[in-house]
Design a protein around this ligand. Structure first.
Ligand code: PMP
Length: 415
């Protein structure tokens, strides 16, 4: 088979297509992380940029035997379309994962999705008209930024401290918005091991946030990919458990406890909201992959899924600790970083004269990558911060990667 050379596009070509683009494309923003994926996949680069779980820890024998079971018992179904809301067999797995974090839900309140990312998209599709307000944390998940932008939302960001979102500031902001006649469509939060901040919302703030949602009748989108990845401290109840299924839309995913390659997540939401999301999903992709839904169901049936999660916790805890040690050794005294009790990310902030977007270009020359902080804000802030991932590479690479970043930072500090 022959492949065509990619055509060279000139300015006129670009213009010709641009005339056809929707107005939405003018505010669409590329994801800071996705753009970097191509660069950081070069084998010589130590990437502390992605949010990658270490899939090399998953036993290939288990993969083979689970696939074998699917082939033997459900081949035709695996190759077929499935219902938009997801297969009943996956719901059983979702119930187990949610129960492990203290939540219960009915099948009627569940929608299986193509990754948790699709939940963010469907919630926006269901709730956001151009100009509508979304309240989010500052910084927020860099992968949600392109979604919010493509629905032309006005994102208002609330600062965080070591106890998560400053709920007092949230209330002040809600009061101000109310005076302006603007009612946020939802509050987006990652309360546990926040991406990118690495902080966890305290129990008192969780309770207060849920109370605010009830008092003001506001929806909250609780994004919780990392709740099961706790390395120290006591688990806290998810907002969904405190709310009782009224105002909290819950986002769950198999990405971080099993595999992101299977692209399966779910939403648990009040039924009227879920029904609209279901229609949105029909338009987007008809249904999520039957093959990977059956994979998950056969995997859960084959043994103790929590054992693998425990093994991940051991691996990631050691990597996190290696990163803490390396930061203490190689970052300048003026730098600060968060101390996550779980999850995958540390958020480091350098002296404010250092711009981490510029720093990344230098770091890439040294074959090391991180996510510059600006991608986690919608208003250009975050310029001296960076997100560092500690789950995707081994301890030696973490130490070497932080040493290299520390060296390029030192050059700047010395200037
Ligand atoms: N939300 C957050 C906070 C995340 O970190 C991620 C993955 N990086 C997602 C949602 C989406 O994950 P997935 O689509 O793989 O479930």
């Amino acid at each position: 088979m022959t492949r065509r050379e990619p055509p060279r596009s000139n300015a006129r070509d670009i213009e010709r297509y641009a005339a056809l683009f929707s107005s939405r494309t003018q505010v669409m923003k590329s994801s800071a992380m996705r753009d970097m994926m191509a660069l950081t996949q070069r084998p010589e680069v130590i990437s502390l940029a992605g949010g990658l779980p270490d899939t090399s820890t998953f036993p290939p024998e288990t993969y083979a035997s689970v696939m074998q079971t699917v082939a033997a018992e459900a081949c035709a179904q695996a190759l077929q379309y499935g219902p938009t809301e997801g297969m009943a067999a996956v719901n059983d797995c979702i119930h187990q994962v949610m129960a492990a974090e203290g939540m219960s839900v009915s099948d009627e309140e569940l929608l299986v999705t193509t990754g948790g990312q699709q939940v963010i998209d469907l919630v926006c599709k269901t709730l956001i008209d151009p100009g509508d307000v979304i309240v989010a944390e500052a910084p927020t998940y860099p992968g949600a930024v392109p979604t919010f932008c493509s629905y032309q939302a006005d994102v208002v960001q609330i600062p965080m401290d070591a106890d998560g979102m400053r709920v007092d500031e949230l209330e002040e902001t809600l009061d101000r918005l109310e005076r302006e006649g603007r009612r946020p469509k939802f509050i987006y939060t990652i309360p546990t091991f926040q991406n990118p901040g690495g902080v966890t919302m305290s129990l008192a703030r969780r309770r207060r946030l849920v109370r605010i949602a009830h008092e003001r009748e506001l929806l909250v989108l609780e994004d919780n990919p990392y709740g099961m990845l706790r390395y120290e401290g006591e688990p806290l109840p998810p907002l969904y458990a405190l709310d009782g299924g009224e105002f909290v839309i819950y986002l769950g995913t198999f990405s971080k406890i099993l595999s992101p390659g299977i692209r399966l997540g779910w939403a648990a939401a009040p039924r009227p909201v879920l029904q609209k999301m279901n229609i949105g999903k029909q338009a987007a992709d008809l249904c999520s992959s039957s093959m990977t839904q059956l994979f998950v169901s056969a995997y859960f049936a084959s043994g103790d899924w929590q054992r693998y999660v425990r093994s991940l916790r051991d691996v990631y805890r050691r990597r996190r600790d290696a990163m803490f040690d390396a930061l203490a050794e190689h970052f300048p005294r003026e730098a600060q970083w968060t101390r996550p009790e779980g999850g995958m990310f540390i958020w480091a902030t350098l002296p404010d004269y250092i711009d981490t977007t510029d720093l990344l270009a230098r770091a890439l020359r040294e074959n090391v990558a991180f996510v510059p902080g600006r991608g986690a804000y919608l208003d250009g802030r975050g310029g001296s911060s960076m997100r560092l991932n500690f789950s995707g590479v081994g301890e030696d690479d973490i130490r070497e990667g932080i040493r290299r970043i520390g060296a390029v930072v030192a050059e700047q500090v010395a200037l």
